[in-house]
Ligand binder design. Structure first.
Ligand code: NAD
Length: 561
């Protein structure tokens, strides 16, 4: 007897030591006595058979004993390379504790130290030297049918900038969360680094640097590199869903707009962020019985995240019936030069649609100078929702937050910048400055804040609440495109799944441990929306439901035939 898997070269039979070294099939000490006998494992494992529940406990004991989170990251990566089923069981059962290690914030440190800490690099590496044979690389990398790729060019890794080859930690971590959250089987996923060089001088000077040691491709050469990769994917995996990850703002939006109709793709930094932030806001508004169209939103930060959220919020308001001319009063954005308004210098193409028109500026009495900062904008506009995506710690000043609280009984304040130290203000400060009246959600996890003897829970606007479900929904519906409607469906579904109890405690988001059922509902909503827009396959709700359930892999050791 042997265990078989569908390797690139067809069915491969594994027994003995080779089986223990195949991470997708290995069970370590969980192989039973009869399996050990039949699979030529006798003598290769200690005597006792250890059930998976106990293996999970032992792995956790081992992880918790380690001195710091980077060591825990390395330990979990080693487990993933040794016993995939156990890795995902541990991750799913302890997601709240381990998501911050597998992904942000710890993954950022792993990306920085990549060339020095990674033992067995994982995924597909593409460099400018590979331009002529990308389809061959894709075939080499795939373990089976690739249904989902997370692709980065490493230029804007979290808030850490250009990390060169180290950026691979992000697609690897993100795909681990796709599997944990939505059960997409790891053999159907492929992390990809488009390693087109780096402009990070420290990496270029490091003699141990593992990546392509040249300055970044720019201009037409960069465009040709991306085009060659997309062409290769369309040839080898024409049905795969493609997730753009951590591209620099302008490239992120331009590439998404250029390719989203040619290859089913979405950008989590822009669209996933938008869906998760809007989802939380809609949950809180539903709890209050209010509409988005009646709010005034101010965004501090007009990058990939800020413009993405603002775009989706406006689309939702239009669907609620807001006149497009009214949107400029409802949504305002600030970048590092203050309020974005018509005629201002250094306006970027991505922020132009949000520029406040001159007559409105005059009406708000903000036509006096070249710069209007957050404090002035809050005074004049009286926002009900303030979103921080600037990456700048402390940029929600006491004056700005106090001014907001004067104009609004229960302000929604979202300091979303990561990691924790970059948060625009701490939840504790916001509660203090608003006399405990604010509802706060953050980008990084924060502990509850005690207000008048009660704990106010701080919800985390974590993209993981939406991207696994969006991916799964697009895969099962075989979507040709990921439309704005599908992303809005994800946001609305998330908003309905935040429990009354969480909302009453002040959290705009669910608990991470509820992720699997949330991803399932989001996947169904996304797939139904793809069907109704004519970009996904036509099948009944029942068929979609059973396709979603079939695609959601549960990591467990099934009895061997
Ligand atoms: P980005 O680099 O594309 O954009 C940053 C923006 O902030 C730019 O518009 C810049 O002009 C502006 N800015 C810089 N300094 C400023 C200042 N002092 N005042 C006002 N604006 C300023 O980055 P991004 O991808 O948009 O991400 C921004 C932040 O949002 C990051 O810290 C990231 O971690 C966080 N984020 C959080 C979530 C989440 O919570 N789910 C999701 C995505 C991004």
């Amino acid at each position: 007897m042997a265990i078989e898997d569908q390797g690139a070269g067809g069915n491969i039979a594994h027994t003995g030591r080779d089986l223990l070294e195949t991470p997708g099939l290995n069970r370590d000490a969980a192989f039973t006595a009869s399996e050990r006998e039949q699979l030529r494992l006798t003598g290769l494992l200690p005597w006792r058979v250890v059930p998976i529940e106990e293996q999970v406990e032992l792995e956790l004991e081992h992880l918790r004993r380690k001195g710091d989170d980077l060591e825990r990251y390395i330990g979990l990566a080693a487990l993933q390379e040794r016993n995939q089923t156990l890795f995902y069981r541990v991750l799913i059962d302890h997601l709240e504790e381990l998501a911050p290690i597998v992904y942000t914030p710890t993954v950022g440190q792993a990306c920085r130290e990549f060339s020095h800490v990674v033992r067995r690099p994982h995924g597909l590496w593409v460099t400018p030297d590979d331009m002529g044979h990308i389809p061959e690389l894709l075939r080499n990398a795939a373990e089976g049918e690739v249904k989902l790729m997370v692709v980065t060019d490493n230029e804007r890794i979290l808030g850490l900038g250009d990390q060169g080859a180290g950026g691979m930690g992000i697609p690897v971590g993100k795909l681990a969360l796709y599997t944990a959250g939505a059960g997409i089987h790891p053999s159907h996923t492929l992390p990809v680094s488009l390693d087109c060089g780096t402009d990070n001088p420290e990496l270029l000077a490091d003699s141990h640097y593992l990546g392509y040691p040249r300055p970044r491709l720019r201009g037409p050469e960069y465009e040709a590199f991306i085009e060659a990769f997309v062409e290769g994917v369309l040839e080898v995996f024409p049905r795969a869903l493609f997730q753009w990850e951590d591209f620099k703002q302008h490239n992120a939006i331009r590439l998404l707009d250029r390719y989203r109709r040619r290859i089913a793709s979405f950008n989590d930094d822009v669209q996933g962020t938008a869906a998760v932030v809007l989802g939380g806001i809609l949950a809180e508004l539903r709890h209050r019985g209010e509409r988005l169209s009646d709010q005034r939103l101010v965004f501090l930060g007009a990058g990939a995240a800020g413009t993405g959220i603002a775009r989706m919020a406006e689309e939702f308001m239009e669907r609620e019936g807001t006149d497009p001319r009214e949107l400029r009063r409802r949504v305002m954005v600030l970048d590092s030069r203050g309020l974005v308004f018509q005629g201002r210098e250094a306006l970027k193409e991505d922020t132009l649609p949000f520029a406040v028109p001159t007559p409105l500026l005059a009406e708000l009495k903000m036509d006096s100078g070249p710069r209007h900062d957050l404090e002035e904008v809050v005074e004049k506009v009286s926002p009900t929702i303030l979103v921080g995506v600037s990456g700048v710690a402390g940029s929600f000043t006491e004056r700005a937050v106090r001014a907001m609280a004067r104009g609004c009984p229960s302000p929604i304040v979202m300091p979303l910048s990561n990691p924790t130290l970059n948060s625009e203000a701490t939840p504790e400060q916001i509660m203090l400055w608003t006399d405990g009246r604010a509802v706060v959600a953050t980008g990084s996890p924060f502990p509850p804040v005690r207000v008048e003897g009660r704990d106010r829970v701080v919800g985390q606007a974590n993209n993981v609440f939406v991207f696994p479900g969006i991916g799964l929904g697009a895969i099962v519906s075989r979507a040709r495109e990921v439309t704005d409607g599908m992303l809005l469906a994800a946001a609305e579904t998330l908003s309905r799944l935040v429990s009354q109890e969480r909302l009453e405690a002040g959290a705009m988001y669910p608990n991470l441990q509820e992720l699997r059922p949330i991803s399932r509902e989001i996947a169904l909503a996304v797939a139904r929306q793809a069907r109704s827009e004519g970009v996904g396959q036509l099948c009944s709700d029942e068929a979609l439901e059973s396709a979603v359930d079939q695609e959601m892999w549960e990591p467990e050791y099934l009895p061997l035939a």
